[in-house]
Design a protein around this ligand. Sequence first.
Ligand code: SAM
Ligand code: SF4
Length: 327
Amino acid sequence: MKQLIDPFGRKIEYLRISVTDRCDLRCSYCMSEDVEFLPRQDILSFEEILRLAKSFAQLGVSKIRITGGEPLMRKKLPELIASIKAIEGIKEVVITTNGTLLTQYAKPLYEAGLSRLNISLDTLIPERFQQLTRRDRLQAVLDGIAEAKKYPFDSIKLNAVVMKGMNDDEIIALTDYAIDNDIDITFIEEMPLGEVGYDRSVTFLSSADIKAVIEEKYPLKASSYKTGGPAVYSSIEDQKTRIGFISPHSNNFCSDCNRVRITAVGRLLLCLGNENSQDLRTIMRAGCSDEKLTQHLISALQLKPEKHDFNLAEEVQILRFMSHTGG
Ligand code: SAM
Ligand code: SF4
């Protein structure tokens, strides 16, 4: 079988697909309040997404993450997930969601064959949730987590972006919440994606700082647990909950990068922190054959840079928001 291997010898086995740029929240670090969404005809259709997923599977991709925007805003998402899961070679389909619609979708997602859920949750304080996301939806997320826990997914994990002066006083509360719910939690350093109206170098908190706060209550032990993503895990004695850290600034994880992304408009992004990309939608809509499409994927991989270069001291370097990229 042909394999996707980049110029630095890294094998690509993990594809993240953004199925929409739309979202029911407006997290301040991710989008502006008056964000303009893309015209619907620009967004990949289910057929186009499936065609790409098949081509990638034929080149050795075995894990697909569905993301956005808010992926559950896309109508009939469980049907798409079931179709992706049925592709030969795809072992895992997972999702990153803000959780607001899980009371409605946890069951159909489980029945569609979804293996794992990452649910974003940065605060447990309703007023702060409203401030951070510009929407009053904390209870919907908490209800969504409770609903998801009713189904035997392989894992449910929380993702929390920690920002100094905004939610860093909730590191322990979020950890306690994960422990009480028997689920894992990953703390993420904020990335400089898109202009958000505040100075990210002021809000930046490193994974080491976050870890130090947790260790005041829970001594952590390094863990060899891996999910195929960039998180590095620690365990807490006598607890099932694992604590992950994603450290794009303080611990560059590019050397073992095994993933690429497809944006909602079908741009193949080779790296989160870099603009190198290939417009797959135009290629597909021009009537390209499956064989040619595969060739395009193989040659696009030659554009994958060795590493990202986030630098908080400089002006915003990556103009696209995470919601456009598919986080
Ligand atoms: N809407 C879904 C959600 O919030 O989980 C999926 C898409 S969202 C863009 C994916 C993840 O990216 C979320 O966990 C979010 O917190 C994270 N994210 C967005 N902007 C970010 C930034 N500038 N730095 C770090 N993480 C960011
Ligand atoms: Fe929406 Fe997720 Fe971005 Fe928040 S982080 S605005 S939930 S896409």
